[in-house]
Design a protein. Structure first.
Length: 456
């Protein structure tokens, strides 16, 4: 074990994993606190527990879950839906505490269902629903949805549904694009060592540059605390708004596709150790537990990040040990509030810039899945319809869905959710491999029968 501690690459790789996990986590409790009108003390508490549970979830998954270096953190799908539900409260005149309380109830119910799915092994059989076409659509839509959010953070627009400026902040935007360019150059043209730590270098250079040019960024300033304080049900006492609970449960079941995608999506990276039914069973059970606990603490539920695939491909750090180091350090950040408070000073635009580069890699993952599908002029609809519909829904303002019932608005307005659902439905209710095959064969036979053209 000592040789792992003496290995400098483990510490450097772990530090980069730490930055990746941190940046994907730190903004979540702050935006949730603003959306649900939490006090400063409650926001600090939720941030600390986000770090602690994040470190625990990562370590549990890598040791007894899926056993791969995949970040386990606040799910982006959950995050978006919960923020959307908070905005619906104002539109419908519903008390925010009732919305938060119903969300807490829904999370606990969803977590129990997920544990049951894990223990019974049903999660492993989701593979039948997620063929290469579905995986390609899901990867592409997920990458686009993430890049939209982080692009907003890069240019200074409201991130994650929070309030803020409505115009692009030119200075931070220019610095963000410089950081993106730097990380890309290091990744593409740098040596193996430089390309591995491109994201870390981007943060190390971008953070002081931002401070020098623009001063301290207050967007991530969640405040400091001298001790760990627990607030039970900070979003609201348990409530029973059936529409909100139903939306939460549906989101939880669909989020399993994201978890399945993260595990199956790493299979090509680790061809010598393919995932087994036991891996899925253990991973889903851990995710269920990490959905129940956030219900009590007012956190966004945890699940494996599909974007970890892009991070692994970006950094070329395939070993588990650097990830274990990073997860352990992340846990310490939560356990020692002063350390976590220091890292909350990282400018949001700088963090978003380095993450943007990582998430662009998901296009390659989507492309790899699509290459496993034999498309023709007719069955192209199997991917085109869900993919384009999902992209179109992402471009439609959320306010446009205000005329629909409140409990279906978060679902129908999510391009990622709807695109994935439609893709699963189209793939499992129609045999696309036969569509157009007869026409293609006839065309091939006609070409063979044609007489060769006389050469001049």
């Amino acid at each position: 074990m000592m040789k792992h501690f003496k290995n400098v690459d483990n510490w450097l790789g772990g530090l980069q994993w730490l930055m990746y996990i941190f940046i994907n986590t730190v903004v979540v409790p702050i935006t949730m606190g603003a959306a649900f009108n939490l006090s400063q003390a409650e926001i600090v508490s939720t941030m600390q527990f986000s770090f602690i549970l994040g470190g625990i979830a990562c370590l549990m998954q890598v040791f007894i879950g899926h056993r791969r270096p995949i970040m386990d953190g606040p799910s982006g799908l959950w995050w978006g839906v919960l923020l959307a539900l908070s905005s619906l409260a104002a539109a419908q005149g519903m008390p925010i505490a009732e919305v938060g309380g119903s969300i807490a109830t829904g999370l606990i119910i969803t977590g129990i269902l997920t544990v049951i799915i894990g223990l019974t092994g049903v999660g492993y059989y989701l593979e039948k629903l997620f063929n290469p076409s579905v995986m390609g659509v899901f990867m592409l839509l997920f990458g686009v949805s993430l890049c939209i959010s982080f692009f907003k953070g890069m240019v200074g627009l409201p991130f994650g549904g929070g309030e803020g400026p409505t115009e692009i902040q030119v200075g931070p935007a220019i610095l963000s694009f410089v950081i993106v360019t730097l990380v890309l150059i290091l990744t593409i043209r740098g040596s193996n060592k430089l390309s591995q730590y491109a994201m870390l270098i981007g943060i190390i250079i971008g953070w002081p540059a931002y401070l020098l040019l623009f001063g301290q960024d207050t967007q991530l300033a969640g405040g400091a605390a001298s001790s760990l304080e627990i607030f039970w049900f900070p979003l609201g006492s348990p409530a029973w708004n059936i529409g909100i609970i139903l939306t939460v449960v549906i989101t939880g079941m669909l989020n399993l596709s994201k978890q399945y995608g993260s595990i199956k999506g790493t299979d090509p990276i680790y061809p010598d150790s393919p995932s087994t039914s036991k891996d899925y069973r253990n991973s889903f059970t851990i995710t269920g537990v990490m959905t129940i606990i956030p219900g009590f603490l007012g956190l966004v539920p945890y699940s494996p990040f599909v974007s970890s695939i892009g991070f692994i491909q970006q950094t070329k750090i395939y070993e588990r040990m650097p990830f274990i180091f990073g997860a352990a350090m992340f846990f310490v950040m939560g356990a020692i509030p002063q350390i976590g408070s220091f890292f909350t000073m990282i400018p949001l635009s700088v963090g978003c810039a380095v993450l943007f580069v990582s998430y662009v890699q998901l296009f390659g993952s989507a492309w790899d899945w699509f290459k496993l599908v034999e498309f023709n002029s007719l069955n192209i609809y199997r991917a085109a319809i869900p993919m384009f519909l999902g992209l179109v829904l992402m471009a439609v303002p959320a306010s446009a869905f205000a005329s629909l019932p409140g409990y279906v608005q978060p679902l129908l307005s999510s391009g990622l959710l709807m695109g994935t659902i439609i893709s699963i439905a189209m793939e499992n209710f129609m045999n696309w491999d036969k569509v157009g095959a007869t026409i293609s064969n006839n065309i091939g036979k006609n070409i063979e029968k044609e007489e060769p053209v006389n050469k001049l």
